[in-house]
Ligand binder design. Structure first.
Ligand code: NAG
Ligand code: NAG
Ligand code: NAG
Length: 391
């Protein structure tokens, strides 16, 4: 009897304790739920607010403001300030319709093509990418000094792009691109341009053997010449029109060693189609371009461009203006504004030092080196699909 009572009492206590434990566990669960929910609300609210803030930012996707003098440029690095002051007297005005080249060609911007009237500043990014960036002498990432003796061809091309960007106050990025086991290395430019368009309104990508021929000619002027406007998604130069450079319909390929792209949702969509081309989902026959030459260039030419309106969505820059070089025989691909030295890659070195003395090259490279946190992005560890990288 006593033993039974004891048992029932102890049973009663333990069930109360159990019930308490149950309630306290429920309490903890409720608290966790509450905090989780609050965090979720806060997060969506944060996203919403940051979207509004982004939308209100004066330099985001609008062509109608004075953003060349945004805050960033008020605190111009003294080296860049000096460099810009040196080139300023030689700059060709964006609104000057005519330009006469060294060869004596007279170029005139069509009256209807004066879309750009103000410098784009940091809204325009000059983008370099390479998976083989080394720190050996002569490379972009090498410690200074960068000498004429050591300099590599690719480095000379990148220095040309960097200098051009600095003169005009454009943004510049050098990206160490990933080595993707599933596709040829040249494909990485497609993802990188797309990602860079999430932070910049215009992206100009150049292979390291392509270079600007006139430091004094603003890119806005060139885009006016080529008819880039608010509708344009991308512009690329034509390849020399020979059999090997044509798609299966005989349409000459566009060279992806020099790509100008403008941010818009449609541009993002186009770059996604392009980037996914070798998956074969949208374009069945595209798979083999993952590795076969001419890789992403052939994929764009054979599939992607057929889905867009040429002359409106897409612009083909003539081979004369944007591909080849003046020493190439046929005089149809003169590389007048942007030369592409596929045949003689040493030309990038020669041209760099023809137009800039060795000390200035060293100073410019030193500036790059000291500001690598701003100009250099290591994307080596990314794998396809390259996403969520800030360029
Ligand atoms: C740009 O700045 C100039 C002079 O500072 C001013 O006259 C002009 O109205 C401004 N334009 C816009 C679109 O704000
Ligand atoms: C336009 O540029 C040409 C050089 O190509 C120059 O001769 C001319 O004076 C410039 N015009 C103006 C109005 O600045
Ligand atoms: C400029 O105008 C000429 C003649 O009207 C035309 O053939 C050419 O395609 C135009 N160029 C651009 C880039 O709009």
């Amino acid at each position: 009897m006593a033993a039974g009572l004891m048992a029932s009492v102890s049973g009663g206590w333990s069930s109360i304790v159990r019930r308490r434990r149950y309630w306290s566990m429920f309490g903890i669960f409720a608290i966790v739920l509450f905090f989780g929910y609050s965090l979720f609300i806060l997060n969506t609210e944060y996203d919403r607010v940051s979207k509004i803030i982004n939308f209100l930012k004066p330099n985001k996707n609008s062509d109608n403001n004075n953003n060349s003098n945004n805050n960033e440029e008020v605190h111009l690095d003294p080296f860049i300030e000096q460099l810009q002051a040196k080139y300023k007297p030689t700059l060709h005005r964006i609104d000057n319709s005519t330009f006469i080249t060294r060869e004596g060609y007279k170029y005139t911007v069509n009256d209807t093509n004066h879309y750009f009237t103000e410098p784009l500043g940091k809204r325009l990014l000059i983008l370099d990418a390479d998976s083989r960036l080394e720190t050996e002498p002569g490379h972009m990432l090498a410690p200074p000094p960068l000498t004429h003796e050591d300099i590599k061809r690719g480095t000379a091309g990148m220095m040309n792009h960097f200098l051009y960007a600095m003169i005009h106050g454009y943004d510049y990025r050098l990206v160490k691109s990933p080595k993707d086991p599933n596709r040829h290395g040249t494909w990485s430019k497609v993802s990188l341009i797309r990602e860079a368009l999430k932070t910049h309104d215009f992206v100009v990508f150049l292979d390291s053997d392509a270079n600007f021929q006139y430091y004094n000619l603003p890119y806005e002027w060139l885009m006016n010449l080529w008819g880039v406007n608010g509708d344009t998604l991308a512009a690329m130069p034509e390849d020399p029109n020979s059999k090997v450079n044509q798609d299966s319909n005989g349409w000459v390929l566009w060279n992806t060693g020099f790509v100008t792209a403008q941010q818009s949702e449609r541009t993002q969509d186009m770059f996604n189609r392009w980037d996914n081309c070798p998956s074969g989902e949208r374009y069945k026959e595209c798979k083999h371009w993952a590795y076969d030459w001419a890789h992403e260039q052939a994929a764009f030419g054979a599939f992607v461009r057929y889905e867009y309106e040429v002359g409106k969505d897409l612009i083909a820059i003539s081979c004369m203006d944007g591909n080849g070089a003046s020493y190439i025989g046929d005089k149809k691909c003169g590389g007048v504004f942007v030369s592409h030295h596929w045949g003689d890659k040493d030309r990038t070195i020669k041209q760099l030092y023809d137009r800039l003395d060795g000390h200035s090259v060293e100073d410019l490279h030193r500036h790059f080196h000291e500001n690598q946190d701003k100009y250099y992005v290591n994307a080596e560890k990314y794998t396809y699909p390259i996403k969520d990288i800030t360029i």
